[in-house]
Design a protein around this ligand. Structure first.
Ligand SMILES: Cc1cc2nc3c(=O)[nH]c(=O)nc-3n(C[C@H](O)[C@H](O)[C@H](O)COP(=O)(O)OP(=O)(O)OC[C@H]3O[C@@H](n4cnc5c(N)ncnc54)[C@H](O)[C@@H]3O)c2cc1C
Length: 392
C-alpha cells in the first residue's frame, strides 16, 4: 500500500460504543481518521451486550454532564439524521424498600439537582403509577428522572457508524491491532494482523481489551473486565415506561447472590433485564450461564408479580470494563506523545459514548472548553482512584 493511503491524522483502536462516536466527531472536524477492529463488523463486542439504558442519574459530576449531552444526542438523532434508533424517554426509577436506600437516594437527589438534573424522590403512590403492579410490600418510594431513557445499542451505533463514514471516517474490520509503533518517544503508527498504518495520534478505545493495548506501550491501565448477564422476553402490551432499578442486594442459597438488577420494556414491548452477580465474576469470559436466569427471574417476579408468565427468548453475557472507582478514564498521555485513552467505561459505555466521542474530538483537535477540562481532570488516568461512584 502506498504511504499516502496508510497515513492518518488519527487512528482509533476499537469500533465499539466509544470508538465509533469518537470517529464521527473526529471526522466531522475534518481529520482523516481510521478505526480498526478485530471483529468483522461495527459494535460487535460489548456494545452489542448493553441493554440500552441511558441515564444522567449519576453521582459524579463529569458523568452527569457527559450523559446529559449524550441524552441530547440520542433524543434528537432521528430528527437530525433520520435514523430510528428506538429512543424512548421513559425515565429511570430507582426503587427503595429500605430506610438506608431511601436516605441514600434522597441524598443523591440533592446532589443531582445541584447539577441541573430533572429528578425527584417520589412517594410510594407515584411509584405505583409509574410501575403498575409493583410489589407494595415494604415499598417506600424511589427516584424518578423523566428525561433519562433507552434506545437500541445496535441501531444507534450503526447509525453513528454510517454517519461517520459519510464524514469520511475509514474502518477496517477483522484486523487485530498487534503493535503500537513508537519512534523517539512519540507514537507513529499501528501494526495489525493485515498491515501497517501511520499516525501521530492513537486512541485506545478497546473496551474489555484496553489493558492489553496499554501493555503494548508500557501503560498500565487499571481496567479489569467483569462479566454481567442479560436477557430479553417475548413482547407483551406496553405497561410501564421507566428503567426500573432495584439496588437491594439479595442472598439466594439455591441460585446465588446478586447485588442489583435493572429492567425496562422496550419499544417492541419486550422486557430487557440485566443483573450484577455477587461476588462479581472477573475476567473475559462471555459465555452465558444458565444459573443467572432463575436468580433474576425470582427477583423480578417478586418485584413485579405480573411478569410471572412471560417467556424469556434469549440470554447473553458480556463485559463491564471496570475501573477501581467505577468511572471511565479519558485522557491524553503525559508520558507518551500521541497516545489518547478512552477506556474503562464500566456499565455505562453505551450511554457515555456519544458525549465521550465529542469530547475526544475536541481533545485531539485542542478545542477543549472549560467544562471539558473539568471533566478530563475528574476522569484523568492520573487521578486518585479511591473515590467511588455511588451508583456504579
Ligand atoms: C449485560 C450488559 C448490559 C449493559 N447495559 C448497559 C446499558 O444499559 N447502558 C450502558 O450505557 N452500558 C451498558 N453496558 C456496558 C457497555 O456495554 C460497555 O460499557 C461499553 O460497550 C464499552 O464500550 P467500549 O467502546 O469501551 O467497548 P466495546 O463496545 O466492547 O468496543 C471495543 C472494541 O475494541 C475492539 N478491540 C479490542 N481489542 C482490539 C484489538 N487488539 N484490535 C482491534 N480491535 C480491538 C473490540 O473488538 C471492540 O469492538 C452493559 C454491558 C453488559 C455486559
Amino acid at each position: 500500500m502506498n504511504d499516502r493511503l496508510t497515513e492518518y491524522d488519527a487512528i482509533i483502536i476499537g469500533a465499539g460504543s466509544i470508538g465509533i462516536p469518537s470517529a464521527l466527531a473526529i471526522a466531522r472536524e475534518g481529520l482523516k481518521v481510521l478505526v480498526l477492529d478485530k471483529l468483522p463488523s461495527p459494535a460487535q463486542a460489548d456494545n452489542k451486550h448493553a441493554i440500552g439504558g441511558v441515564r444522567a442519574t449519576h453521582t459524579e459530576r463529569s458523568k452527569i454532564w457527559l450523559c446529559q449531552r449524550s441524552i441530547e444526542i440520542f433524543s434528537t438523532w432521528e430528527e437530525e439524521y433520520g435514523d430510528d434508533i428506538w429512543w424512548e424517554q421513559g425515565g429511570y426509577c430507582f426503587v427503595s424498600y429500605t430506610g438506608e436506600h431511601e436516605r441514600m437516594l434522597k441524598q443523591n437527589v440533592k446532589l443531582q439537582k445541584s447539577y441541573g438534573l430533572n429528578i425527584d424522590y417520589v412517594d410510594k403512590e407515584k411509584i405505583k403509577v409509574l410501575i403498575p403492579g409493583i410489589n407494595e410490600n415494604g415499598l417506600l418510594g424511589g427516584t424518578y428522572s423523566p428525561e433519562d431513557g433507552n434506545c437500541s445499542p445496535l441501531l444507534s451505533l450503526h447509525a453513528f457508524y454510517r454517519q461517520a463514514r459519510d464524514y469520511g471516517a475509514e474502518y477496517r474490520f477483522s484486523e487485530e491491532v498487534k503493535k503500537i509503533i513508537v519512534d523517539n518517544g512519540k507514537i507513529s503508527g499501528i501494526k495489525t494482523t493485515e498491515g501497517e498504518y501511520h499516525s501521530s495520534i492513537v486512541i485506545n478505545a478497546a473496551g474489555g481489551n484496553a489493558k492489553e493495548i496499554g501493555k503494548m506501550v508500557n501503560v498500565d491501565l487499571q481496567v479489569n473486565p467483569e462479566s454481567h448477564e442479560a436477557g430479553i422476553t417475548e413482547p407483551v402490551k406496553k405497561f410501564f415506561n421507566p428503567m426500573v432499578v432495584d439496588i437491594r442486594p439479595a442472598q439466594d442459597p439455591k441460585f446465588g447472590n446478586s447485588k442489583n438488577y435493572y429492567f425496562y420494556q422496550n419499544k417492541e414491548g419486550k422486557i430487557i433485564f440485566c443483573v450484577s452477580p455477587d461476588p462479581c465474576i472477573k475476567g473475559m469470559d462471555r459465555r452465558e450461564t444458565s444459573s443467572f436466569l432463575p436468580q433474576i427471574a425470582k427477583r423480578m417476579i417478586n418485584l413485579l408479580p405480573r411478569l410471572k408468565n412471560i417467556k424469556v427468548r434469549r440470554t447473553w453475557r458480556g463485559l463491564y470494563p471496570m475501573t477501581p472507582d467505577g468511572n471511565p478514564i479519558l485522557c491524553k498521555s503525559k508520558e507518551l506523545e500521541g497516545l489518547f485513552l478512552a477506556v474503562g467505561m464500566c456499565g455505562q459505555g453505551f450511554m457515555l459514548g456519544p458525549a465521550v466521542g465529542e469530547l475526544m474530538g475536541r481533545l485531539v483537535t485542542e478545542k477543549l472548553t472549560i467544562r471539558d477540562k473539568e471533566i478530563l481532570e475528574d476522569l484523568s488516568y492520573y487521578r486518585d482512584f479511591n473515590r467511588e461512584e455511588v451508583l456504579k
